[in-house]
Design a protein around this ligand. Structure first.
Ligand code: GTP
Length: 574
């Protein structure tokens, strides 16, 4: 079939307006499926689609149609009145507009089906614009005219006012009774332009969809835009650069029917030996190895609107769920999956969906098709939020200014990361600056420093006195403005770490002769030997030994014993 005798079209509609029923009638009319084959909505293949009466996954079927209006011919392929029609079924629900736009990329026209009683509905509008933006020829079909409440004239007026569609172009049909259906395919042939590809050009084909078949492996739906594809051809993916060989190629008639070749403008399937549908990037351009082609414009990527956690109903079934999700996402690339753990539910997954219906359908398919028992958490929607304190930036600035830092530079590396440069006194960062920085920023901040020059500062020497005697090991140099606070903290700390002794101890912090903080440790009343009246020498010795043992870890300053720990703790006060 040359491109002039090919038509690629879609049926778009609001949910329940009769799109699938119409598609079935067209397949019957062309003998693609037998009339009354017992299973309505042939293209709705999934169990959940049949149960819920909705189309989830877009399907494609090729039909051969002889347009008798153009007069009879000889053999089909050479008969000028014989046409190859590719019908691409699209989901009607708003969640699946991603699938709709995918399908439309392979079409030149669309049947816009509107229920004669209900008239134009929300998804009629949304789908119309998807088709309109793809520059498709739109044929309005007012369906269900057999209903008593049908009002085709009102619908025609709506089509005119909403979409500026000519009311005289609307077809009136009943997919139920068959009324008016004979006009549908002639209108497709007459009004929808043939595909515009170039026959003698290098191969360019668009990857429309993919699914995993138990026996054949990954099956890709493709539209050949330019050139010819044959079985055995070596092709490459523009997206991944990966090379493949065409193992099988054919059309969906409506089952996979090998043809060995797909020509310019045709829609069909290919089997390439891909291991996973993850390799099949929807919207990718496939071309012959070694040829240089301009990739086709891709599709709008799926946008996740609803997120929910999926957990195995029985914690031990994690592997079953993992496997089921892996397999199912092979057939539904529009779901995003990341692992997550919940304290209550254990190991599970956080999944992103196109909408609530999409989420429900995914859930149902997991259970029906893969036998996974799933608990799903309350769905959430994505938010973009800004921390009111500028994330961690605020606390870092506070920390640096408390440490007498002087800001030199402050910029954003990207939306997530800020860069700050400070001149900070070495004394202020040497002890616990890094720990503090890490804990204030939940570990996100990183820190590096280099030596700057000496700076003039108002520093004072802070002495610690025990019972009036300065302890040189405890003397420190601090900034004048901080001296009071540091002195206070030092004496309080020391009071905690120095045990009571046989006499009263005063702890003082002083700058020069000026005492700025003071604490007292009262004397211990009890004597370790107090209860040992005479007699038991061994016991006395033991107690004294024990006391001596304790003293080993002490530092005697003048008459006061200071435990090592106190010195360590002093370091942490700055
Ligand atoms: P989705 O696949 O979910 O988008 O729905 P759809 O638009 O494909 O609708 P579908 O073909 O499943 O039809 C919905 C209902 O309308 C079914 O119960 C059909 O039997 C019924 N229906 C379809 N066409 C006609 C018609 O011409 N007349 C009447 N009376 N009912 C119709």
């Amino acid at each position: 079939y040359p491109p002039e005798r090919i038509r690629n079209f879609s049926i778009i509609a609001h949910v329940d307006h009769g799109k699938s029923t119409l598609a079935d009638r067209l397949l019957e009319l062309t003998g693609t499926i037998k009339r009354g084959h017992g299973q309505p909505q042939y293209l709705d293949k999934l169990q959940v689609e049949r149960e819920r009466g909705i189309t989830v996954k877009a399907q494609t079927a090729t039909m051969f149609y002889r347009n008798e209006l153009n007069g009879p011919g000889t053999s089909e392929a050479h008969n000028p009145s014989s046409f190859l029609l590719n019908l691409i079924d699209t989901p009607g629900h708003v969640d699946f507009s991603y699938e709709v736009s995918r399908s439309l990329a392979a079409c030149q026209g669309a049947l816009l089906v509107v229920d004669a009683a209900q008239g134009v509905q929300a998804q009629t509008v949304a789908n119309f614009y998807l088709a309109f933006e793809s520059e498709l020829t739109i044929i309005p079909v007012i369906n269900k005219i057999d209903q008593p409440t049908a009002d085709p004239d009102r619908v025609k007026a709506q089509l005119k006012s909403m979409f500026d569609l000519d009311p005289s172009e609307a077809l009136l049909t009943s997919a139920k009774t068959g009324q008016g259906l004979e006009h549908v395919l002639p209108a497709v042939i007459e009004r929808i332009p043939p595909p515009r590809g170039i026959i003698n050009s290098s191969l360019r084909m668009l990857l429309l969809d993919s699914y995993y078949d138990e026996y054949k492996g990954v099956i890709c739906h493709v539209a050949v835009v330019d050139g010819t594809l044959r079985k055995g051809d070596k092709i490459s993916s523009a997206a991944t650069g990966q090379a493949y060989e065409i193992v099988d190629v054919g059309i969906m008639h409506p089952e996979l029917t090998p043809t060995g070749v797909l020509l310019t403008g045709q829609v069909g399937y290919v089997v390439t030996g891909m291991r996973s549908t993850k390799e099949a990037r929807i919207g990718d351009t496939l071309y012959h190895n070694k040829s240089i082609v301009e990739p086709l414009p891709g599709f709008k990527p799926a946008k996740h609107m609803v997120f929910s956690g999926l957990y195995p109903a029985d914690g031990s079934d994690f592997e079953v769920l993992n496997h089921a999700i892996e397999r199912l996402t092979c057939n539904d690339a529009s779901v995003s999956v990341t692992k997550e753990t919940s304290t209550a539910l254990g190991l599970g997954f956080r999944c992103g969906f196109l909408g609530l219906l999409h989420m429900d359908v995914f859930h149902q398919r997991l259970e029906q098709e893969y036998g996974a028992h799933v608990i799903s958490t309350v769905p959430t929607v994505p938010y973009i939020f800004e921390y009111s304190d500028g994330r961690y930036v605020g606390s870092v600035i506070t920390l640096c200014s408390e440490r007498r830092g002087q800001q030199l530079e402050y910029s954003f590396i990207d939306s997530q990361r800020a860069f700050m440069k400070y001149r900070l006194p070495l004394r202020e960062i040497v002890v616990d600056f890094y720990n503090e920085l890490k804990s204030l920023t939940s570990g996100y901040a990183s820190f590096d420093y280099e030596d700057s020059e000496y700076q003039q500062a108002d520093m004072v020497k802070l002495d610690i006195l025990l019972n009036g005697q300065p302890v040189d090991a405890m003397a420190t140099i601090v900034h004048n403005l901080k001296a009071q606070r540091v002195g206070r903290e030092l004496v309080e700390k020391l009071k905690k770490f120095i045990d009571r002794q046989m006499f009263e101890i005063t702890i003082q912090a002083a700058i020069g002769s000026k005492v700025i903080a003071r604490e007292t440790i009262s004397a211990m009343r009890k004597n370790v030997l107090a209860k040992c009246y005479g007699g038991d020498v061994t016991r006395k010795r033991k107690l004294l030994e024990k006391q001596k043992e304790g003293k080993k870890r002490m530092k005697r300053v003048g008459s006061v014993d200071i435990p090592q720990e106190a010195f360590h703790q002093l370091l942490r006060v700055s």
